[in-house]
Design a protein around this ligand. Structure first.
Ligand code: FES
Length: 176
């Protein structure tokens, strides 16, 4: 039985990255140190560190992922699994404004598909795409915890609720 188990292939696909590792200013390193110091186990600091690396580099690029693996003493695969799990983490370049339309039950029942379709038509991009000028990216995400004001979307860190196509137009046109 034990022999059979040891012959099973691992469930994960190991991820590899080019060798280059990101470097940060002393101020950013100090900020990272402060976050690491908050946790009894260093790998627990993965999310705050990811936010910092993403903020500094625009997205979690291969040098940034290498940096995280080294600082957190994790495998690249471990970092990648977290980076690709959360919709707020980006493993490719993202627009200056990231529209995340909630597609879960309350929002769906109250018209989230129409909102996504309207955004898509207005911006000329599909879900998962970025406008050629790098201004907008469009995603669909799971429940953002604002079900009572459905349909809604999040742009960067702000919520916009009780959306209608007209309201979406106003919001998008107000963004510099
Ligand atoms: S279902 Fe959309 S915020 Fe919860």
């Amino acid at each position: 039985m034990f022999d059979q188990l040891t012959q099973i292939e691992p469930l994960y696909q190991p991820v590899t990255m080019p060798d280059e590792t990101a470097e940060f200013s002393p101020d950013v390193e100090a900020e990272i140190d402060r976050h690491i110091a908050k946790y009894p186990v260093i790998r627990s600091a993965i999310l705050p560190l990811m936010f910092i690396v993403q903020r500094e580099r625009g997205y979690l690029d291969p040098p940034g992922v290498n940096y995280l693996a080294k600082r957190l003493k994790l495998r690249i695969t471990d970092v990648w699994e977290v980076a690709t799990f959360y919709s707020m983490m980006h493993t490719k370049p993202i627009g200056r404004y990231h529209l995340q339309v909630c597609k879960t039950l309350s929002c769906k029942l109250l018209g989230s598909e129409k909102i996504t379709e309207h955004c898509s038509k207005k911006l000329g991009i599909g879900v998962g795409e970025t406008t050629p000028d790098g201004k907008f990216s469009l995603s669909e995400v799971e429940c953002l915890g604002s079900c009572g004001t459905a349909p809604m979307f999040q742009i960067n860190f702000d919520y916009y609720e009780n959306l209608t196509p007209e309201k979406v137009d106003q919001i998008l046109e107000s963004l510099p």
